[in-house]
Design a protein around this ligand. Structure first.
Ligand SMILES: [Fe+2]
Length: 265
């Protein structure tokens, strides 16, 4: 399926031209770039957060075991949810963590038919990542021929200590290297610090000065996108450790990622 006017209405073609070199230069130097968007994008983030809250309170989506895996085909039209607790639940190198992950349906035909704001947001992030990586705008939506797919997923860190320890993304960048496809992480936090949770949250380590930079939305910057090189250090600091632990989605830190995963038939 052809997607027209790629980043409209949030970034115009001429804006993107200037932005692209600024983003890539900064990432090379510092390892990350925080893109400040306008108010309408913040509204899309808020409506996506509300959709996520409704989604996970809907009991028809079952929870899968932490160690379970799936293929692109398994989630063409379905969500896939699991808790990631401990450090041996993913396919990659062990990273201690405590969160709930929900993968979005993977088929572009299914996504295109839906009116969901989360899907709209996820497609926007995919297109942005593809344009920054000099890939076709809809790259990752034809995995059988392209050999990669867009793994869009929501990471939900509960208050009471949800976290992901400091790490580098190692497994996928290695695979990407041999395919010449860059591994840029494009993500947004859906929750706002000082509104949905108060302490901790997503961070990257600045390559230049080694400072820890929190990247989540805040009340001062409620419409931001984080673009970072996954081969640099990053993590999620314990979310509201002084609260009583709960996966209830009233208070939490949630983020949406759009990454490319290799397609395994
Ligand atoms: Fe990571």
């Amino acid at each position: 399926m052809k997607i027209t006017s790629p980043l409209d209405p949030y970034i115009s073609k001429s804006q993107f031209k200037d932005l692209k070199s600024e983003i890539l230069t900064t990432i090379k130097k510092k390892g990350y770039y925080i893109l400040q968007m306008d108010h309408s994008f913040g509204e899309l983030l808020d409506s996506s957060l509300n959709e996520y809250r409704r989604l996970i309170t809907d009991k028809k989506y079952r929870i899968n075991p932490s160690t379970s895996s799936f293929r692109w085909e398994d989630i063409k039209e379905n969500y896939f949810t699991k808790y990631s607790i401990g450090s041996t639940n993913g396919g990659g190198y062990p990273i201690a963590q405590l969160l709930k992950t929900t993968y979005l349906p993977s088929s572009i035909e299914f996504l295109s038919k839906s009116k969901s704001n989360i899907f709209k947001l996820s497609r926007f992030l995919v297109i942005l990542r593809n344009l920054l990586s000099d890939l076709p705008i809809s790259f990752g939506y034809s995995p059988k021929t392209e050999k990669f797919w867009n793994a869009s997923r929501i990471h939900h860190y509960p208050v009471g200590g949800g976290f992901m320890s400091r790490h580098l993304d190692e497994k996928f960048p290695e695979i990407m290297k041999s395919s010449m496809i860059p591994f840029l992480q494009v993500s947004v936090s859906l929750s706002i610090r000082s509104r949905d949770y108060f302490q901790g949250g997503g961070y990257v380590i600045d390559k230049q000065n080694k400072n820890q930079i929190f990247t989540d939305r805040t009340l001062e910057s409620p419409s931001s996108i984080t673009i970072f090189d996954g081969s640099g250090l990053h993590g999620v600091q314990e979310v509201d450790p002084s609260e009583v632990f709960t996966f209830e989605p009233i208070k939490m830190r949630a983020a949406l990622f759009a990454s490319t995963y290799p397609f395994i038939s």
